[in-house]
Design a binder for this molecule. Structure first.
Ligand code: SF4
Ligand code: SF4
Length: 113
């Protein structure tokens, strides 16, 4: 299980400067984590993976595992955390949905009249 850069990366390169093994490299103008060098920061002076800890986006580097359910829960937790940062998401969604539904209903009623 190693860490991987995701599409949420904004290329600030903070993780690259703190990685203790030099696993984070620029490849084709994009950051990439060499799986042969990434040690999850185990056996280093750090107690948490430095790329994850330093990432300003929170999800620019994520742990990759071959275990299906662990991956599933990691993705689920990331998406839920994202939604929780937007507490009014569902309220806005419902308002927009209601508005569109009312418009369609009115149109339909006018056509039937
Ligand atoms: S987990 Fe640690 S070793 Fe692996 S890429 Fe991130 S900072 Fe580098
Ligand atoms: S710290 Fe996060 S956002 Fe910055 S380069 Fe690394 S993965 Fe990308």
């Amino acid at each position: 299980m190693v860490y991987q850069i995701t599409s949420e990366c904004i290329s600030c390169k903070l993780c690259q400067s703190v990685c203790p093994t030099g696993a984070i490299k620029m490849v084709d103008n994009r950051l990439w984590i060499d799986p042969d060098l990434c040690t999850n920061c185990v056996d280093s002076i750090y107690t948490v993976p430095q790329c994850k800890a330093s990432c300003p986006t929170g999800n620019g580097c994520v742990k990759v595992t071959t275990d299906y359910w662990e991956n599933w829960f990691n993705t689920y937790n990331r998406l839920v955390a994202k939604l929780n940062k937007k507490p009014d998401y569902w309220e806005n969604w419902y308002k927009l949905y209601s508005q569109k539904f009312s418009e369609q209903l009115q149109k339909h009623q006018q056509q039937m009249a």
